[in-house]
Design a protein around this ligand. Structure first.
Ligand code: SF4
Length: 351
């Protein structure tokens, strides 16, 4: 996958675009003014591998809390601002590493000028974050197709901010519809040299939203479109990080956790493989070892797959053969599969 090099922007110490690894973002869903709860979520996101964390600042007390959060957070913090330019200016002064603005809902052009001037002064980037649900009235009521509305809105906002002499930008234009998102991001990637923040907005619950995001973002990433991503789920934001990591890992763009190979089971399977695979997946998600780990239900594909993986078990009746690097290590009882595999995983160094 050869990638068109975009301009690079820095969000705190994290580079976006210009050949940098595709950065994973998420967003807190606590009340920002509840500093303790928000900080706890920030730390959980950091521990899960979230590289950039966005926080909603709907009012002045939230900006005040944001200033406090900035002192404690390790990851760069992005202020998410709608409607009021004064909050964006205050957030930049409070130490925001980037501000996401939605020009569709900031009507005061002088206000946008003030945001841009303050961002320039503090040397931080802005994200133009267009969303299908919050387009400007003129664009929303136009006869354009939905995808076109998003593209026009993003391009108009880029032109407006460029006309103010500011180019430290990241662009997003999100919609729930995957076909629309593909059209929008393909068009923006062809027209702009700014890094693109990709996401399928309001994509649903952990299950449906993960699938929707994986399909949409997977297609874009496979076309080398996207420099940073957020998976947006109606769920604990830590889940978003895990799904984003999985999408990048499955496309072999980045590596985060060991990969699990497990068979779907069938009449040949003589062990209770599904709970074993689930427990193994859970425990592997805490490891950073760059491994492929297999647990297979029988001797049909089991030995071959277990051999091809770094570590694997091919099961028989209530027992299995443990392989490492293609060689048989020993025979293991079914109840010890996970522990024996994890012992070998833990001996590997993280990448
Ligand atoms: S590996 Fe064996 S048990 Fe698993 S699906 Fe294939 S044939 Fe069935």
């Amino acid at each position: 996958m050869s990638k068109k090099l975009t301009k690079q922007v820095m969000v705190g110490n994290v580079a976006i675009g210009g050949g940098a690894p595709i950065a994973i973002q998420s967003m807190t869903n606590t009340k920002t003014i509840n500093i303790a709860a928000t900080l706890q979520q920030i730390h959980r996101l950091e521990a899960a591998g979230c590289e950039i964390i966005r926080i909603s600042l709907p009012d002045e007390p939230s900006v005040k809390a944001f200033k406090q959060l900035k002192k404690e957070a390790q990851a760069p913090l992005v202020a998410d601002i709608h409607f009021r330019w004064e909050l964006a200016v205050a957030a930049i002064k409070a130490g925001a590493d980037k501000v996401r603005i939605n020009p569709g809902n900031i009507k005061d052009k002088d206000g946008i000028k003030k945001i841009v001037a303050t961002a320039g002064l503090h040397n931080i980037p802005l994200r133009i974050g267009v969303n299908a649900g919050s387009l400007s009235d003129i664009i929303r009521d136009s006869d354009l197709a939905n995808a076109e509305k998003l593209v026009v809105s993003a391009l108009e906002s880029v032109a407006l901010i460029e006309s103010m002499g500011f180019t430290d930008l990241v662009i997003s234009a999100k919609t729930f519809s995957v076909p629309e998102a593909l059209t929008v991001y393909r068009t923006l990637a062809a027209k702009l040299d700014y890094p693109l923040h990709i996401g399928i907005t309001e994509s649903g619950t952990k299950k449906s939203g993960s699938l929707r995001s994986a399909v949409g973002l997977g297609i874009l990433l496979s076309e080398s479109i996207g420099d940073t991503l957020r998976v947006s789920l109606s769920a604990d934001p830590v889940e978003e990080v895990y799904v984003a990591q999985q999408i990048l890992q499955i496309l072999e763009l980045r590596r985060f956790h060991p990969e699990l190979v497990s068979c779907p089971t069938c009449a040949r399977c003589d062990i209770d493989l599904i709970p074993i695979a689930n427990e193994l997946e859970e425990r592997l998600s805490a490891s950073r070892a760059p491994l492929r780990v297999a647990v297979m239900g029988c001797v049909v594909n089991g030995p071959g797959e277990a051999r091809q993986s770094d570590i694997g078990i091919a099961a028989g009746k209530g027992r299995g053969v443990l392989f490492k690097d293609g060689r048989i290590i020993k025979n293991v009882a079914e109840e010890n599969f996970v522990d024996e595999l994890m012992k070998l995983v833990q001996k590997e160094k993280p990448e």
